[in-house]
Design a protein around this ligand. Structure first.
Ligand code: ATP
Ligand code: ZN
Length: 648
């Protein structure tokens, strides 16, 4: 037979018959390599273990330990899932399916009734079907099939037909399991026995090929690993994410809701959520006033001309709600940002260099027309209230003010016990400068200035092109959501553009007019995003100072101990503690458990003993033991707790 030469990663060469496959080559090296082999690469391209190799090249055996190995396993998982769907729902159409970062998916569609799709309740049966194949170690056969024959095979399935059409070449490698045929994967495992540790997770609608103008298919998600331990670990991780999800906690603790029927991305704050929000609003306003900010109120509506002058209409229109035509020539616009409003405040008086920096702040409500697919609980909404502030400085005050804002920010983070964050310097995208305010010198100067300030402070940061605002570069403070996504909380942005556009001036010590520089900054972000974030990091167990209910008093017996409970309530209310008495006719154990599920920081049980010595039996959230404490001492402790923003 014809011979070919294969080169291994270590440089060793080997002559083999043309048409030999990677599995045979692995076996030749060692049995254990063959056992761990899941695929191969030939000259950098992934190939199946059973694919005949016909040309010289560099070969690598891909094993279970490689990232690519995991992808092969998961592609095989997707394939096996599709086979199971085909078996159980023979009339259903199949879209695409494949491995992804944390598992695999397959798109399906019931052509007879779009409302009646595969549901979560169908997943156990599909898993069983897949498991049967694994147990029998069914072989997955790789064969070449003529494109027109494949097209004929899928003639009844519009999605598969489109995928066949998109294939290059006349002979297409397909995979067979029994009479099920599929194609379009990278390499798959030659048999199913390695697919022991998989699970199907969820279903969700997904547009065909990701385009919202296409029909919606039903996507089935699953995951697979090479070991039971890894699968178990992953299940734990997913459970933790679920447990932290602010949408779930928001429902359980009755904090807020968003109802797409009433308005997608428009949040309703229930009393408890509103309490958390009000506490944060008061906190940040006080903090800012102590740091030299002047708080104002400005309208959420303004004449569209304001946003034409600011540049928003040119550069930010896609994110704005359409203007309201008032019929008499007036066009009103919902503001997407507060900057133009604060500029009006600045412009209302003649400003002197002696007043600078002027720091205007507001909990400013704004509206942005976010894509419906991007909306997520409170984390991304269409109406939001930003802890906004604009400081107007002389050019030589930029560095100093920047540092002051950073210090304020880190100070606030410490109070909220936020420790996991990183700094991102966000520049404009040099390849798409049309998106931004057009002034190269301004961009270069201000980007260098931000970088210089960060270097001066000795802080770590990374640089990201294309993340700037249209009017200038920024420093973003990046945190991670429970889902592991990067998200901006705070931001500090330099702006030489808007002062220009609005002809802002101050009178210098020379008596002449000068142009101030504007710094946009948000410390705790929007109330919406910040509370979504806090809910996730605290898992709903808010520190006492933020908790909607800080103490819950439970009388052992309503008849005998309710008076004392109410007396304590009165005392605590006087100290500004948010407290409730649970006087329902329920069992004490039940009330205590409920106080725990509501994650109330302090549960106070009062009975004979407590009435007798003016004490309380205190159970802190998350502790299983209660502790008896003198009432006055308890009051001092909870008041200190609130004052110090401590986490119990
Ligand atoms: P993103 O990149 O997250 O869309 P952005 O860069 O457009 O935000 P800015 O204009 O800097 O945001 O707005 C200030 C802050 O408001 C952001 O840092 C972010 O924390 C918050 N924010 C922005 N958009 C939303 C939204 N749709 N829902 C809730 N909060 C938001
Ligand atoms: Zn601004």
């Amino acid at each position: 037979a014809e011979q070919i030469t294969l080169t291994f990663p270590d440089g060793a060469k080997k002559q083999v018959d043309a048409g030999t496959n990677a599995l045979a080559i692995a076996k030749d090296i060692s049995n254990s390599l063959a056992k761990n082999a899941v695929a191969a690469t030939l000259n950098g391209t992934a190939i199946d273990l059973t694919a005949p190799i016909k040309q010289d090249g560099k070969i690598t055996i891909v094993t279970k330990k490689d990232d690519l190995g995991l992808a092969v396993l998961r592609n095989t998982g997707a394939f096996l899932l599709a086979a199971a769907v085909h078996q159980s729902f023979p009339s259903y159409h199949l879209g695409e399916g494949k491995a992804q970062a944390d598992g695999f998916f397959y798109d399906t569609d019931n052509p007879a009734n779009g409302e009646n799709q595969i549901a979560v309740t169908d997943l156990p049966a599909l898993e069983k079907e897949m498991n049967a194949a694994v147990k029998d170690d069914d072989k997955i056969e790789r064969v070449m099939m003529a494109k027109d024959e494949l097209a004929k095979h899928f003639a009844d399935d519009p999605y598969k037909s489109a995928l066949v059409k998109a294939q290059a070449g006349v002979q297409i490698p397909v995979y067979k399991l029994g009479d099920f045929i599929d194609f379009g994967y990278g390499p798959l495992l030659p048999d199913t026995k390695l697919l022991k540790h998989f699970s199907l997770l969820s279903v969700a609608g997904a547009y065909w090929q990701g385009k919202s103008s296409n029909p919606m298919l039903q996507r089935i998600y699953g995951t697979a690993f090479f070991s039971a331990e890894e699968l178990e670990e992953d299940a734990k991780r997913r459970a933790d994410i679920k447990e932290r999800d602010h949408r779930t906690i928001g429902r359980e603790l009755d904090l807020f809701f968003v109802d797409p029927e009433v308005g997608a991305g428009l949040a309703y704050w229930m009393p408890k959520g509103a309490t958390i929000r009000r506490t944060i609003e008061r906190y940040i306003i006080d903090k800012e006033i102590a740091n030299g900010y002047q708080h104002v109120y400005t309208p959420i509506l303004a004449n569209l001309n304001l946003y034409k002058q600011s540049g928003h209409w040119d550069h930010y229109k896609d994110d704005m709600f359409p203007p309201m035509d008032m019929g008499d020539g007036e066009m009103l616009e919902l503001r997407p940002m507060n900057c133009p409003s604060h500029i009006q405040i600045y412009k209302h008086h003649i400003r002197s260099y002696r007043e600078l920096p002027i720091r205007i702040a507001e909990l400013g409500m704004m509206h942005r027309y976010e894509k419906s697919g991007a909306l997520s609980g409170l984390q991304r909404v269409r109406e939001m209230t930003l802890n906004d502030g604009h400081t107007f400085v002389a050019p030589d005050q930029i560095q100093d003010e920047f540092k002051k804002i950073l210090t304020l920010m880190m100070d606030v983070y410490a109070d909220f016990d936020i420790t996991n964050y990183s700094f991102r310097l966000s520049y404009r995208d040099p390849k798409n400068t049309a998106k931004y305010f057009d002034d190269d010198a301004m961009w270069n100067k201000s980007q260098a200035m931000l970088k210089g300030a960060m270097d001066d402070l000795g802080l770590d940061y990374y640089e990201a092109e294309g993340e700037a605002a249209f009017y200038g570069p920024k420093l973003d403070v990046q945190t991670k959501t429970a889902l592991g996504n990067d998200e901006t909380l705070s931001t500090i942005q330099l702006d030489f553009m808007m002062p220009e556009k609005f002809h802002l001036t101050y009178v210098g010590d020379d008596g002449e007019e000068h142009r101030p520089v504007m710094i946009h900054r948000g410390i705790v972000s929007t109330m919406e995003r910040f509370i979504a974030y806090l809910t996730e990091i605290y898992k709903g167990a808010f520190p006492t100072w933020l908790s909607p209910i800080q103490a819950e008093i439970i009388p052992v017996n309503n008849e005998m101990h309710l008076d004392y409970a109410n007396e304590i309530k009165k005392r605590l209310l006087k100290e500004g503690v948010r407290v409730e008495v649970d006087d329902r006719n329920e069992k004490m154990g039940y009330k205590i458990r409920e106080s725990q599920t509501q994650k109330i920081p302090y549960t106070l049980v009062v009975g004979d003993e407590e009435v007798k010595d003016s004490s309380v039996s205190v159970r802190k959230y998350g502790h299983d033991k209660a502790e008896s404490q003198d009432l006055e001492m308890f009051i001092d402790a909870i008041v200190a707790d609130i004052k110090n923003y401590s986490r119990t």
